[in-house]
Design a protein around this ligand. Structure first.
Ligand code: EPZ
Length: 430
């Protein structure tokens, strides 16, 4: 089984190109089927989740032509089915965006109900509540979300919780509803704005994305478009934290600094220097890291997808820090692995209490989920000695060419597929 093996202790320095945002791309790929005209999408990240969703779309009859590694041409004019089965949903939860897209376009969609995942129960009750508010009939039958509508009617929806997925899914369906829809307490993430901009480039009438009130004027149909995905704020943040945790100096390129403000603010709080440019951000680690408190919140708050990376940084900061996870109920599973590397972290409910140590020590660890896996790699790159990380399939879901990009800024890391290859790497670096 593939692993990362690395030798820690080298300050990471240099420039890294950030790829397109996975969580924007997943929703935009789904939304692209809402027209029968060709759609070209560029700056797609070459990651497993994207490739699996493309496969799911092809199974329902969408014709997808790869123009290059990051660019596809989509033709959804001859979709043969509105059924997305469990096989795909269990591989990639975000297939549920096909619910809003198919319901909006065909007034019908049967998509398997996603189960929970590594970080929590992750229900989709708010998605379903939004579709019902648009006058769709939505039932759960045999593990499937079965939805249909004579017609979708614009309405006023108040989201009980701020939900990225529900905001995007309902916005997609409402784009082709009759009349006006208002979504209150909407998610404000950059990828929500990206999906709204994409739909507007297809002729939708969406205003207010990026604020907590989104107004949608339904249109008859949507037309083809060409669109480029925004850069991935979480990939960028992960590489910015790589500088902090290894005492390095990293510049992330092809980013939107505004999307990184909460991340930059925390780096400054712990003693790093951050320089912002038009489409790049440079992070220079301070002599030492100092403690602070962090609570994850919906955008523009500190992102939950950077929570594990934050704990890894604070694990090396002088003093006691706290990280409070307010979005998901089970997002500290990686802490046990960090403790095995010498971290002093204790989880009480949804709060991690972190006593900084002078350094981590290398160990054999496993990635429990996507973002925690990336965070543990950062810990391994700062640790003294050798670290191996198992279950890297999680990391490959959301980080394009992760080990190559890390090597590009000086990391001593390899992806290996056998004990023999791992031993060979360890001999080389010892
Ligand atoms: C998106 O998940 C992202 N995934 C997640 O990124 C990210 O952590 C999350 O937003 C928060 O930013 C994609 O975009 C594919 P939510 P999503 O709906 O939409 C509860 C990663 O690492 N909730 O904003 O599923 C939910 O349980 C992944 O790339 C309901 O109760 O997140 C959670 O507590 C991990 N009912 C909170 O709302 C619902 O119907 C926020 O979830 C929907 C959500």
């Amino acid at each position: 089984m593939e692993q990362y093996v690395m030798k820690g202790g080298t300050p990471l320095c240099g420039e890294v190109e950030i790829s397109g945002a996975k969580n924007a791309a997943l929703a935009i790929l789904a939304a692209s089927i809402m027209t029968d005209e060709p759609v070209i999408i560029d700056n797609l990240p070459d990651v497993r989740d994207i490739n699996v969703l493309i496969e799911a779309m092809e199974t329902i009859g969408v014709v997808i032509e790869r123009l290059d590694l990051h660019k596809v041409k989509i033709n959804a004019g001859c979709i043969t089915s509105v059924l997305v089965d469990y096989d795909y949903i269990k591989k990639i939860r975000a297939s549920y965006y096909l619910l809003g897209a198919l319901l909006g376009k065909y007034r019908k969609a049967n998509v398997a109900l996603p189960g929970g995942c590594d970080i929590g129960a992750r229900p989709i009750d708010l998605h379903i509540k939004g579709f019902r508010a648009l006058k769709a009939v939505v039932d759960i039958e045999n593990g499937m979300v079965v939805s249909s509508a004579e017609k979708l009617e614009g309405t006023h929806i108040y989201m009980d919780k701020v939900s990225v997925g529900a905001t995007i899914n309902v916005m997609m369906a409402a784009a082709l509803a009759e009349g006006k829809t208002i979504i209150e307490n909407a998610a404000r993430e950059p990828h929500v704005v990206d999906v709204a901009n994409f739909l507007n480039s297809m002729g939708a009438g969406i205003r207010g994305a990026g604020t907590d009130v989104i107004r949608i004027t339904g249109v008859e149909k949507l037309h083809g478009t060409e669109y480029s995905i925004i850069p991935d704020q979480i990939e960028a943040g992960t590489f910015m934290f790589a500088a902090a945790v290894t005492g390095g100096d990293v510049t992330v390129k092809n980013v939107i600094p505004k999307h990184l403000e909460a991340i930059s603010a925390k780096l400054i709080e712990v003693g790093c220097r951050v320089h912002e440019y038009d489409d790049a951000v440079r992070v220079i680690a301070g002599e030492k890291l100092t403690h602070t408190q962090v609570t994850t919140l919906p955008y523009p708050g500190f992102p939950t997808d950077m929570q594990p990376q934050m704990t890894v940084v604070l694990g090396l900061a002088e003093g006691t820090s706290t990280v409070t996870e307010s979005i998901f109920e089970n997002r500290f599973k990686y802490v046990n692995e960090l403790v095995r590397m010498g971290g002093q972290v204790k989880v009480e409910g949804n709060i991690a209490i972190i006593n900084g140590v002078s350094g981590y020590t290398g160990a054999q660890i496993s990635a429990p989920d996507l973002r925690a896996g990336a965070a543990l790699v950062l810990a391994g790159l700062s640790a003294e000695g050798i670290t191996t990380v198992d279950d890297i399939k999680y990391i490959q879901r959301g980080y394009e060419h992760f080990e190559e990009k890390l090597r590009g800024i000086g990391a001593s890391i390899e992806k290996v597929d056998s004990e023999k290859e791992a031993r060979k790497f360890i001999l080389q670096v010892s």
